[in-house]
Design a protein around this ligand. Sequence first.
Ligand SMILES: *Cc1c(COP(=O)(O)O)cnc(C)c1O
Length: 456
Amino acid sequence: MQYVSTRGQTPPMSFQDAVVTGLAPDGGLLLPAEIPDVRDRLDAWRDLGFVDLAVELLPLFVDDIDRDDLETLIRDAYATFDADDVVPLVAVGDVEVLELFHGPTLAFKDVALQLLGRLFDYVLSRRGEHLNILAATSGDTGSAAIAGVRGLDAVDIFVMYPDGRVSALQELQMTTVTDANVHCLAVDGSFDDCQTLMKTLFADLDFKGRFHLGAVNSVNWARVLAQIVYYAYASLKRGGEAPVTFCVPTGNFGNVFAGYLAKRMGFPIARLVLATNENDILSKFFATGEYQRGEVRFTVTPAMDIQVASNFERYLYYLMNGDSARLRAFMQDFATTGRAVLDAAPGTDDFFATAVDVEDTLATIRRLYDAYGYVADPHTAVGIAAAERFPTDGPVICLATAHPAKFPESVDKAVGSAVARHPRLEGLRGLESRRTEIPATLDAVKDFIAAHARVR
Ligand SMILES: *Cc1c(COP(=O)(O)O)cnc(C)c1O
C-alpha cells in the first residue's frame, strides 16, 4: 500500500515512510492510495477478539513490515491494556458504551499511541535512525505519547504544555515518567503558545532536518489506522441484524475519521454522530457547508477545546473526490481569511453532527449516574448527549474516550459526590517527578532541544 498526500504534491510513499514523516512535505496529510473493501471477509472476522481482528486488518494497510513482526507489535501494544478484550462494550440504558480508556494513561489515545511507539522503535532501529519527537499538549496527548515511547533508544520525546493550565493529575502523568528519553517542558504561556512554537519549529526545515524532528499528533497516519480497529470490532459484534450508529466526541476529527474509513471499508456502520462541545465549527460545517474559525471556548471537555481540527482535511479530500487542486484552494482560503465554503452542505449519509454545551454535558453525567450508576467522563457524556438527538434504527454505540478519574472536578461536581477515582492516578501523588520550566520563546525551546536531543 502506498500513501499519498491530500495536497497532491508529494510523491507516494510506503507505510514505514508515512509513519516517520507525519505531515507530508507539501503541508498535506497522508492517506492510503486506496481504501480496501472488506465486505467478503466480514463473516470470517465476526467472532474475532479485538487483538486477533487487528492482526487481520492492519496488514491490509501495511505491506512493508513482515506479518509476524507486525503481529508481535500489535500483541505487545494491547497487552498493556487491563480490560477484557481490550475495549469492553458496556450496556448503559438504551445505548452501549465502548470503553476505550483501559490503557496505561486511561484515555483512548493509548489505543493508537501504544502501537505507534512500537512502530517507531521497529522502523527506526532497523534503519539505524533516531527521531526527536516534539509534541504540544493540553492534557491527554502528552501522557499517552510519553507512555508509548518511554525507555526507547531510537526516540526522544519533548512535550510542551502550558504551565499551570493542565490538571495536576495530567501533569503528574507526564512528569513522573523519569526515563532519560522523556523531556517535559512546562511553558510559561498558553496551549496556543505551545502549539505555535511547535508549528514554527516544524516549519524551520533546517532545524527540523538537523535534529530529525518527528510528530505524534493525530496527523500521523498510524494513529488513524489503529483506531479503525475498534470501529470494525464493535460493528461486527453488534451489527449482525442492522448496521451500527457510533456516537463520537470530537476534537481534532481523528477518532471519528477512523470510523468514516471503517464505514467506507464496508463494516456494518449506519452513521457517525459527530459530537462537539461549544467549539462548534464542525457541527456548523455539516449543517451549512461553511467552515469558519472562531475564538476557542474553554469547557469541561478540554481535549475538544479546538477550533481547527487537523484531521478534517482528510475527510475534505474524500468529499472533493480526491481533487487536490480544489482542496488546496479551500485550505488556502481558510488559512488566509479564516473561512471557506463548499457549494452545498455535505448531506447526512455518513454523519449527523451536533454541539453539546457544558450544561447539557454535566446534566448527562448526572442522569447516567442516577439512572444506571454509570460514571461517564465529560467527553464521553458529550457523545451520549448527542446520541439522543437523532433518529436511529439499529444498535447505538457511544465511544468512551477517557476514564472519569482523569476529570474528577467536573465529574464529582456533576454527580454530587466523589465518584471519579482510579488507583493508578492516586498512586502518582508523591512520586518523584521531573520537569523543566521554560519561557514561551522559540530560542528557549531550540536551546533546550539542541542541548538534549540525541542525533544519530
Ligand atoms: C483527544 C481526545 C478527544 C478528541 O479526539 P479527536 O481524535 O481529537 O477527535 C476526545 N476525548 C478525549 C478524552 C481525548 O483525549
